[in-house]
Design a protein around this ligand. Structure first.
Ligand SMILES: Cc1cc2nc3c(=O)[nH]c(=O)nc-3n(C[C@H](O)[C@H](O)[C@H](O)COP(=O)(O)O)c2cc1C
Length: 268
């Protein structure tokens, strides 16, 4: 039998009480925590006034004028394939891959699952995003994909095409910048999710940071499920040297910064 002890006054006496933190508090059991600081600085409190949107809305999409080429992707499949429950059950982080290349159709399916537009005037996508702001840009480090030169690519969402940004075997550099996680050098493809910070802070100020982390999780889960459905292996990657990775993608780390990556290859 569970006995609920009354710990103190309150409307719901059976609910265990927790100390309510005050705004600005940064110590968690004596340790200064930047994470806790963010949580407090971005918390909503009943009765507060919400700050409005700041100036003009930042551009919703990134497009590179100085690209080497634009490459059309085959249209993604939106029917068929294994069932959702089966895919959820099968999803597993995989860090070893066969050396074969991915096909362009597989890449098209992956980027569509991550960020593809699925309809409406708001150009809503395969993933939810706080306020439909979609602050993430997708970069691909191609090691081995049929029909693509190795190098750095950017997924241009509205045209569902790839912008070729930089030629070269970048997988080993990316692995080095990611705490020597060698699977990034061996994977056929690496994907990076880079947040365009102003796209979210424009509307949500400090709270935008929480939303960006949450948005990134949605994108990664779609990527992981799509990879599983295609018979590919994927490893989500959150451990990397931020400055080195941002520099590799040509990002300043402040206005735009990588928040999550994945290595992808054919299951071994
Ligand atoms: C936010 C996050 C960051 C991660 N970062 C890494 C990483 O840098 N390197 C790695 O090998 N695995 C990484 N993983 C994969 C986890 O280790 C893996 O999801 C966990 O062991 C559970 O296994 P499962 O995904 O097969 O269920 C990460 C997972 C998440 C959710």
């Amino acid at each position: 039998m569970i006995v609920c002890r009354r710990e103190g006054p309150g409307e719901f006496p059976e609910t265990p009480t927790a100390k309510t933190p005050t705004r600005g508090e940064v110590n968690v059991r004596g340790v200064t925590s930047a994470g806790r600081q963010l949580q407090l600085a971005s918390s909503y409190t009943r009765g507060q006034s919400f700050p409005g949107r700041r100036g003009e809305r930042p551009a919703p999409y990134r497009e590179y004028e100085q690209r080497l080429a634009r490459l059309e992707l085959p249209p993604p499949a939106t029917a068929g394939g294994p069932g959702l429950w089966e895919v959820m059950k099968a999803r597993r982080t995989l860090r070893t891959y066969r050396p074969d290349a991915l096909t362009l159709a597989e890449v098209a399916q992956l980027v569509w699952a991550a960020q593809g537009i699925t309809g409406g005037d708001l150009r809503l996508r395969t993933v939810p995003s706080a306020g439909a702001l979609h602050p993430f840009e997708l970069f691909l480090v191609v090691n081995r994909v049929e029909g693509l030169e190795p190098g750095l690519y950017h997924y241009h969402v509205p045209s569902a095409s790839l912008e070729f940004l930089r030629r070269g075997e970048l997988g080993a550099d990316l692995a080095r910048a990611s705490l020597d996680q060698e699977m990034m050098a061996r994977a056929a493809l690496n994907v990076a999710l880079a947040a365009v910070v102003g796209r979210a802070t424009w509307r949500y100020h400090e709270r935008a940071w929480r939303y960006m982390y949450l948005d990134a999780g949605h994108i990664m889960q779609n990527l992981a499920l799509a990879a599983t459905a295609l018979g590919l292996g994927l490893c989500p990657i959150g451990a990397y040297y931020d400055g080195e990775v941002d520099a590799l993608f040509g990002l300043d780390g402040e206005a735009e910064t990588v928040m999550y990556m994945a290595s992808i290859g054919r299951q071994s």
